[in-house]
Write a protein that binds this ligand. Structure first.
Ligand code: CDP
Length: 209
């Protein structure tokens, strides 16, 4: 079984996708981490994420960044990721890896922006996870301040709106709900309630009509 989980910044995709993978014994891939690794590679070498040639070269060396590098989760890395993610050459470099991962025996859950639309258009179940911008900004603000990052709610909300706009308006694999994706609005749901709602959708889809 392949499950695609897409949605905007800080919608809770990662936590939800991890919990789904655990519950159904599937492998999990955080595809945002691949774009973050490309962005971080550029930042670390003092290069500009808007430079298309440097970005494609960094995508070739994505394995140089450790998946455990805490800088991957920094807001400036997320911003750089969103810039390189608009580059078609970068997306093409990362596509095959994601498709190969999805096809691994035993099934997989992938979360990102274009899993249901581009990476796995034939996924067995597609979820589009969202929440209001204010709720998402509050969650990201709590996450950042919990890690000791100095920021304000207003600054987080502004960054989030900017990244949403860039992710949705780009020409290459923009963030959008696949026609056959199930919309899951988590504005009023905690993680347990969101997981329950997701499992109901997955179980119903798995049993067939
Ligand atoms: O965790 P958060 O929602 O902040 O972002 P992420 O999932 O780690 O993704 C970081 C950036 O990578 C996003 O803003 C997207 O621009 C890009 N991305 C993408 O274009 N396609 C994907 N499948 C996953 C991420």
């Amino acid at each position: 079984m392949i499950i695609a989980v897409d949605g905007p910044v800080a919608a809770g995709k990662g936590t939800l996708a991890r919990r789904i993978a655990k519950k159904y014994s599937l492998k999990y891939l955080d595809t945002g981490a691949l774009y973050r690794a490309v962005g971080l590679k550029l930042l670390k070498s003092g290069q500009d994420p808007t430079d298309p040639v440097a970005a494609v070269a960094a995508a070739r060396q994505v394995g140089d960044i450790s998946p455990d590098d805490p800088a991957l989760r920094d807001e400036k890395t997320g911003e750089a990721a969103s810039i390189v993610a608009a580059n078609e050459g970068v997306r093409a470099k990362l596509l095959q890896y994601q498709r190969d991962f999805a096809k691994r025996a035993g099934g997989a859950v992938l979360d990102g922006r274009d899993i249901g639309t581009v990476v796995c258009p034939d996924a067995d179940v597609k979820l589009f996870v969202t929440a209001s911008a204010e709720v998402r900004a509050r969650r990201r603000f709590d996450e950042l301040t919990g890690k000791g990052t100095a920021t304000t709610y207003e600054a987080v909300l502004e960054d989030l709106r900017l990244r949403d706009a860039r992710d949705s308006s780009r020409g290459a694999a923009p963030l959008k709900k696949a026609l056959d994706a199930h919309l899951l609005d988590t504005s009023k749901l905690d993680i347990e309630a969101a997981l329950d709602a997701a499992c109901r959708i997955i179980d119903a889809a798995h049993k067939g009509p």
